[in-house]
Design a protein around this ligand. Structure first.
Ligand SMILES: C[S@@+](CC[C@H](N)C(=O)[O-])C[C@H]1O[C@@H](n2cnc3c(N)ncnc32)[C@H](O)[C@@H]1O
Length: 216
């Protein structure tokens, strides 16, 4: 087994353990109400059957919210099959809607490489874990290929004043310029704001939320 394969297994194990040992509602990134994400998604004014992709979704409450709002075409991904199992157990999918689950590594994708028609890519608290340049490059390439022209990308990561670690892992802190550089000139920044998230423990975490659109 080479080093890349080894570290992939380590990350997969790390995240599976995180979801196995703590109730979803007590995880440091649990949001009862994913308000900033919802606001940005609504602002995109996409049709309800648009394809919404949630990268590193974990067991997020965003999926319940999107289904409640009538979105019918949602793809969720995570490296952790445990996380997606928990998500699958808790969401109620209306008959008219379709939720697809893809367990894959965003930095070394196999299944995700096949995506090419995404209307909206959403990432909250995922990219900042990709500390190696190669991981970041692979991830931004994946987004560039998967998102449609005129499609949207929401990236919400720890900002420059934010935490330096999460879930025992080092993170990279971002501002809007760094995210713009990663996505490249084909993506236009539509909106950006800092947001203070309060964890279930009462501690706070500083995020930067960004909305980009892929230009023709
Ligand atoms: C801090 S959690 C955020 C979860 C979710 N986005 C939210 O806001 O509640 C980070 C998530 O990214 C997932 N993840 C980490 N590295 C990943 C990778 N290389 N590919 C796919 N998912 C990954 C983890 O399993 C975890 O669910």
């Amino acid at each position: 087994m080479d080093i890349a394969e080894n570290s992939l297994r380590d990350f997969e194990k790390h995240w599976n353990n995180a979801y196995l040992k703590t109730n979803v509602e007590n995880l440091g990134w649990y949001e009862e109400n994913p308000q900033p994400s919802i606001e940005l998604i609504v602002e995109c004014n996409l049709p309800k059957d648009a394809i919404l992709f949630n990268a590193g979704a974990g067991a997020t409450t965003l999926i319940d919210n999107l289904l409640e709002q009538g979105y019918t075409n949602i793809i969720v991904n995570d490296i952790s099959s445990v996380a997606l199992g928990e998500l699958r157990d808790k969401i109620v999918i209306p008959k008219s809607a379709n939720v697809t689950y893809i367990v894959d590594d965003l930095t070394n994708p196999t299944e995700l490489n096949k995506l090419n028609n995404i209307d909206l890519w959403h990432d909250r608290a995922v990219l900042h874990f990709f500390t190696e340049f190669e991981q970041q490059t692979a991830y931004f390439n994946l987004i560039r290929n998967a998102v449609k022209t005129e499609g949207y990308v929401i990236l919400a990561e720890f900002n420059l004043e934010g935490a330096k670690k999460c879930c025992g892992l080092n993170v990279v802190n971002y501002d809007e310029n760094m995210l713009q550089k990663g996505l490249g000139k084909a993506f236009k920044l539509k909106k950006s704001f800092n947001y203070t998230y309060t964890q279930p423990s009462g501690n706070t975490r500083e995020y930067v939320y960004t909305l980009f659109q892929k230009m023709a």
